[in-house]
Ligand binder design. Structure first.
Ligand SMILES: [Zn+2]
Length: 192
């Protein structure tokens, strides 16, 4: 099943995954919009709907396996694998190094779809791609629920479900800081 950008955006807003306020991002930059994908992933029916749309977007590709970086990619990766009817594995950091633990393996020649929840630069995705290729696997494509725009740290076919570029600025250039508006914690704000 396919979903239009408007369908996806409406579903994210309805789930409360897109918040408006005054936020400090993990980068330290400030923004009036915050994307909290956990609001989507706590809803199994919505997660399944989005995953089916992500699976449909790679219907022209042979996919043997889905791989996702922990923690953000695990739930959506599992759901996309279920929609495709293939196995699912995830990578996690061990002493800071991205690794497939738990005897998860990629066999040589396997065609892998890498799945993430939200991609900004795609640093974790790039590490998963390196792991897959290091095992002799082929990265067929990368997908995510949201692409936050900007340059990517990986080199592979990328098919995000929704492109959602959120403007952010250094605190010294932030109009809400200039207006004296206090910083919101994402948990304290609801959608608008
Ligand atoms: Zn600010």
């Amino acid at each position: 099943m396919t979903m239009t950008d408007a369908d996806v955006l409406a579903a994210l807003k309805e789930a409360g995954a897109i918040l408006h306020g005054h936020f400090q991002l993990t980068s330290g930059r400030h923004s009036d919009t915050y994307v909290q994908c956990a609001r989507v992933l706590e809803d199994p029916a919505l997660t399944t709907r989005l995953a089916e749309a992500m699976a449909a977007s790679v219907a022209d590709e042979q996919i043997d396996l889905v791989a996702a970086p922990a923690v953000g990619g695990i739930i959506i990766g599992f759901a996309v694998a279920q929609a495709l009817g293939v196995k699912f594995i995830f990578s996690e950091r061990q002493q800071g190094v991205m690794t497939f633990r738990r005897s998860f393996t990629v066999r040589p020649g396997e065609r892998v779809l890498v799945v993430e929840d939200v991609v900004t630069t795609g640093g974790s995705v790039a590490e998963v791609i390196e792991l897959v290729r290091g095992s002799g696997g082929v990265v067929a494509a990368v997908t995510s629920i949201i692409d936050r725009g900007g340059d990517k740290a990986f080199d592979a076919e990328y098919r995000p479900l929704l492109q959602l570029e959120v403007e952010s600025m250094e605190p010294q250039n932030c109009p809400q800081c200039a207006a004296g508006t206090p910083i919101d914690s994402p948990g304290s704000r609801r959608l608008s």
